[in-house]
Design a binder for this molecule. Structure first.
Ligand code: SF4
Length: 372
């Protein structure tokens, strides 16, 4: 990765991204932009910044970010801004421009930015159902999740219809050169666990524009859904473990943990049969309580199956029960990611070979830089 303008970065580029994603950054004067996200699913309380040739999501609204050694000064006239570490210049960064499609609205008057958001550099991402059976009850909700916040604050709508998604995706491709789509969902029931609404959504998008789509949901009870999802135009599938140790899963996500690790691994194997090796992935949030050994063991098992383990540092989101929990120390990510990157490379399921999705985008983790 090349850094612009500064003679030499004082921190190794991959480690700089990793440090920023664990510690966050203080912004002195970022341009008002919808590219900063507060609440919701996915990379919440983050802002997209471009360092060298990579756009990454960095926490900016979290408690940790407010006391981070990293700070960004006000942008210069050329749009770049100085990133400092304890006051020492580290690199020049840029804020990606606001997506052009954000200025549009649907025929029924819904602003496009409430339907889908630009993630990273070229991903259109949306939560098709902004409700989840597990969310309203703290006895079952995932403690890191903020899926209801953006809905409560009127920054999104509860259900994005297939027609709305198709309309927004088409314009995001035409105006903003979006390259792939990520569809996630709250869990609407314990039968298909979101697979049905994801199929409808994918059909709506593919009817409007030919673009690779990743869908993300819990494992449906019936593995026949994987073939139905592929037939609906879903190219890759994410089923997110978040944590890999039964006791950690039970503590952090008591509802979702009722779907056991064995069920997940059965579903991974069945999904790889349909979508192919490297086209099925999972999110693992390092820092929720799993040991490094447990994460590495899980990644060995996943990569052997052909499942891409997208390991990201946990970011405590304001307004959630874990808002004051510490993020993982950067040293933990520095130990984990090189080993996991080698497993991915050895299994020939690198992010570059993925057709769509978080692993391909890579903005929430420095992992792709370690796939050698
Ligand atoms: S990695 Fe996934 S969640 Fe993160 S910015 Fe990219 S598409 Fe969004």
């Amino acid at each position: 990765m090349a850094f612009s303008t500064l003679t030499a970065p004082t921190i190794e580029p991959r480690h700089l991204i990793l440090d920023l994603q664990s510690l966050g950054v203080r912004l002195s004067d970022a341009p008002a932009s919808l590219s900063a996200r507060k609440g919701g699913a996915g990379p919440t309380d983050h802002k997209a910044i471009t360092i060298g040739d990579r756009t990454v999501m960095v926490p900016v609204f979290t408690g940790t970010a407010r006391v981070s050694p990293f700070a960004v000064e006000a942008p210069a006239l050329d749009g770049t801004a100085l990133l400092t570490h304890n006051g020492t210049p580290v690199a020049r960064i840029k804020y990606p421009r606001q997506a052009r499609f954000y200025a549009l609205q649907t025929f029924d008057g819904i602003p496009y930015w409430k339907i889908a958001q630009l993630h990273g550099a070229d991903v259109l991402a949306t939560t098709v159902l902004q409700n989840c059976i597990r969310y309203t009850d703290r006895a079952t909700s995932c403690q890191f999740c903020a899926i209801g916040q953006s809905l409560a604050e009127g920054r999104t709508i509860a259900h994005k219809t297939p027609e709305q998604l198709g309309e927004v995706a088409r314009m995001a491709v035409l105006l903003d050169k979006v390259k792939h789509v990520v569809l996630t969902t709250g869990t609407p029931n314990v039968i298909d666990r979101g697979a049905a609404v994801l199929c409808e959504s994918a059909r709506g998008i593919k009817a409007a524009i030919d673009i690779p789509i990743q869908a993300q949901c819990e494992p449906p009870r019936d593995h026949g859904w994987f073939a139905r999802m592929a037939a609906a135009g879903i190219d890759t599938l994410g089923m997110h473990l978040e944590a890999v140790t039964p006791s950690v899963r039970a503590r952090i996500m008591p509802g979702k943990a009722t779907v056991s690790l064995d069920r997940y691994f059965d579903a991974f194997a069945a999904a790889v049969d349909v979508f192919g090796r490297g086209q099925v992935s999972t999110y693992i949030l390092a820092g929720l309580g799993d040991t490094e050994e447990a994460i590495l063991d899980a990644c060995e098992r996943l990569t052997a199956l052909g499942v891409y383990p997208f390991v990201v540092p946990f970011v405590p989101v304001s307004g959630t029960p874990l808002e004051n929990a510490p993020p993982p120390p950067p040293e933990m990510m520095k130990r984990l990611l090189p080993s996991i990157g080698r497993m991915i490379a050895r299994s020939e399921i690198t992010s570059a070979t993925m057709k769509a999705g978080c692993g391909k985008c890579g903005a929430c983790s420095a992992l792709a830089g370690f796939e050698v």
